[in-house]
Design a protein around this ligand. Structure first.
Ligand SMILES: CC(C)(COP(=O)(O)OP(=O)(O)OC[C@H]1O[C@@H](n2cnc3c(N)ncnc32)[C@H](O)[C@@H]1OP(=O)(O)O)[C@@H](O)C(=O)NCCC(=O)NCCS
Length: 173
């Protein structure tokens, strides 16, 4: 992410999720995390106008598999996620965070599958260099949003009734 896009953030709007919107527009969030190397934020720009069409961020997160979950995580799934151990209690995952398309762009043609392909291209590079088996995202418990991620190959991993967000996963291809 280049600092010259800071001004463009001011016209980024994600009406369905204000957290996503403020992540870019609030200087204490995306830019602070970028400078601290805690995550990397990627912007998808329109070739012609240079407008931000969408963005997402990538980082690494450890996920505990022993949370209070709606559905118990099987030994088979633990092994699939860990790669070796069927009793694994936690896994390291690539976290795709803050996915959002820019609602302030008229007739914005970007959709989730396009954004995910961009994310996978970057994750593939990291995977070749350092390994990693699992990609997660944390999304609101909104039926349509969860269904959209499922349509794009994600499954629910952790649905803790006490938490606002659910964790969904897909294996690195
Ligand atoms: C996630 C996103 C990029 C998907 O874009 P897309 O593939 O073009 O899909 P749509 O925007 O048409 O969304 C599909 C459906 O999910 C709904 N939806 C999307 N985000 C939602 C949210 N945060 N809460 C509730 N519903 C949501 C849409 O209203 C739409 O419903 P509809 O078919 O009745 O119109 C885009 O919806 C977005 O930027 N959402 C706001 C930010 C967000 O919620 N990001 C996810 C954080 S995990």
């Amino acid at each position: 992410m280049h600092p010259s896009y800071i001004n463009s953030f001011l016209v980024f709007a994600a009406q369905k999720n204000t957290d996503v919107e403020s992540f870019l527009t609030d200087k204490n969030k995306a830019i602070r995390l970028e400078n601290a190397s805690k995550s990397r934020t990627y912007l998808i720009l329109d070739d012609g106008s240079g407008q931000i069409l969408a963005y997402f961020s990538l980082s690494i997160k450890e996920v505990s598999l022993n949370q209070n979950n709606e559905t118990k995580i099987s030994k088979g799934l633990r092994k699939k996620l860990d790669g070796i151990c069927k009793n694994s209690e936690r896994v390291n995952a690539y976290l795709i965070g803050q996915i959002g398309k820019n609602d302030s762009v008229a007739d914005n043609q970007i959709n989730l599958s396009y954004i995910l392909e961009e994310a996978y291209t970057i994750i593939d590079k990291a995977n070749q260099l350092v390994g990693g088996r699992v990609i997660i995202l944390e999304c609101e418990k909104a039926e349509k949003l969860v269904a959209l991620y499922q349509k794009n190959g994600f499954n629910i991993l952790i649905d803790n009734p006490a938490e606002r967000l659910i964790t969904m996963y897909i294996c690195v291809r």
